[in-house]
Design a protein around this ligand. Structure first.
Ligand code: ADP
Length: 432
């Protein structure tokens, strides 16, 4: 407080079923509070009268079912009111899912099929509002006491952890409109690129690992099983992207497919999934509030996301700088790597790199300014099937003294293998 002058404060009165769409300014946070009525941000209710501070560049909407007055303090890139939204259709989907969760909860836990809650997968092109719809469905479910599992398969713009990963986490409370998904102990698998075409096979293998792990957790947890999943996907829906969507739908045994604003995709999915009778494919309207982001904006968002991992949303965390000997760490890369020599191949065959091959990497200056994942694997052959504990950022490589300096979000030992050395996975979300 204290910095906002009275001149920047404004009040906005929202009629029922309308929303205030806001893009916070590029260089200053925006303060906002609910003066009267009720309102929510992407499914999470605003507390009355308490000022909330939104970081620069955040794009969001304050929606009201019955009417509200909002007070804003600070500059915005844009803010406008819209009374046409698809919110009624979204909340209707929620109501159907809620009914299915109740039925799952009421049935005998020994019946593994009927005690299974809805598994919703949200698909559509980039910037169709997939993450936002996922978030609303999760927050509405959590508000009613369910603990749905959020699965984010979007390696480019995921909301659970840094880019280059697929991840899952239980949602036990409506998602905080400022902080986003809680970062405590998500289940994370490291893919290492921000587009799946770099290694399609590895992407599929990791999706399978993640699905298998959640399935095992559900076996011992009737509450989570009945609450089900909400799965967010990538915006790549053509060609290989489409195949990957189908692969994800089947691997997670999704039974509700929500298609955002794409007739063609919807009818294609309806067609191929009609032989799988328990899958409902539902087309939903895209919200006019969804903001399109070009490649540059997306790249920037990825860098911010990595920064946020180490430094916190508002620069409120201080990462720990640590020094290790080269010999204290093992670094591996997945895929690519040395190829089979031509002489070992059938005549005419091209040497191809094994997409899931684990290759040791020498520690040298090539690792400088890279983000490395810290694997829970105890042996190299467990790397593909192991989730990761977190990430480090390499800030210095001293070849002479054979020492590596890195940032980690917290102090303490990295998880280590059987001989005591941590296994790190190499690649490459960003440089510098
Ligand atoms: P996708 O996951 O399909 O790429 P997102 O859900 O991430 O799309 O939406 C893109 C951007 O638009 C996000 O920054 C999101 O916060 C914003 N957004 C979504 N819906 C609205 C809305 N109704 N009003 C304002 N901004 C919105």
């Amino acid at each position: 407080g204290g910095s906002g002058s009275a001149a920047t404060i404004k009040q906005v009165k929202l009629e029922r079923e309308s929303e205030l769409r806001i893009e916070a300014s590029n260089d200053a946070p925006l303060r906002l509070r609910l003066l009267n009525g009720t309102a929510e941000i992407f499914g999470t209710e605003l507390p009355p009268e308490i000022w909330l501070s939104f970081p620069p560049r955040l794009k969001f909407a304050v929606f009201t079912w019955y009417g509200a007055t909002i007070e804003m303090d600070g500059a915005t890139e844009t803010d406008y009111t819209a009374d046409e939204t698809p919110m009624v259709s979204y909340v209707n989907v929620h109501a159907v899912l809620d009914g299915r969760r109740s039925r799952a909860k009421a049935s005998s836990p020994d019946d593994s099929e009927s005690s299974k809650g809805p598994r919703v997968i949200v698909v559509g092109p980039t910037d169709s509002g997939k993450s936002t719809l996922s978030r609303m469905l999760l927050s509405w479910a959590a508000k009613q006491g369910w603990k749905p599992t959020f699965v984010d398969l979007d390696i480019g713009q995921g909301s659970i952890t840094i880019p280059g990963c697929i991840a899952a986490t239980p949602i036990e409370m409506p998602i905080d409109p400022v902080e986003g998904i809680p970062l405590e102990m998500p289940l994370v698998y490291f893919y290492g690129h921000t587009t799946p075409s770099n290694n399609v096979e590895l992407y599929k293998v990791l999706v399978k690992e993640l699905a298998g792990m959640i399935e095992r957790q559900f076996t011992g947890n009737a509450e989570s099983r009945a609450s089900g999943m909400v799965i967010n996907t990538m915006g790549w829906i053509e060609g290989v992207g489409y195949d990957l969507l189908l692969h994800s739908i089947r691997t997670f045994k999704a039974n509700v497919v929500l298609v955002l604003g794409q007739e063609k995709l919807c009818s294609m999915l309806k067609d191929v999934l009609k032989s799988e009778p328990k899958v409902d494919v539902v087309k939903l309207q895209r919200s006019g509030g969804v903001v399109s982001r070009n490649a540059k904006v997306r790249q920037k968002a990825r860098s911010y996301r990595i920064r946020e991992y180490f430094y916190g949303l508002s620069n409120d965390l201080s990462p720990h700088s640590n020094i290790a000997n080269f010999s204290d760490l093992f670094v591996y890369r997945v895929g690519g790597g040395p190829q089979a020599p031509r002489s070992a191949l059938p005549i005419g065959a091209e040497p191809a790199a094994d997409p899931t091959r684990v290759v040791p990497v020498n520690i040298n200056r090539d690792l400088l300014h890279l983000v490395l994942a810290v694997s829970f694997a105890k042996e190299p052959d467990e790397i593909i099937s192991s989730n990761v504990a977190g990430f480090i950022y390499v800030t210095d490589i001293d070849i002479q003294r054979k020492k590596i300096t890195y940032l980690a979000p917290s102090a303490g030992e990295l998880p280590s293998n059987r001989t005591g050395q941590p296994i790190l996975l190499h690649k490459t979300v960003t440089r510098g």
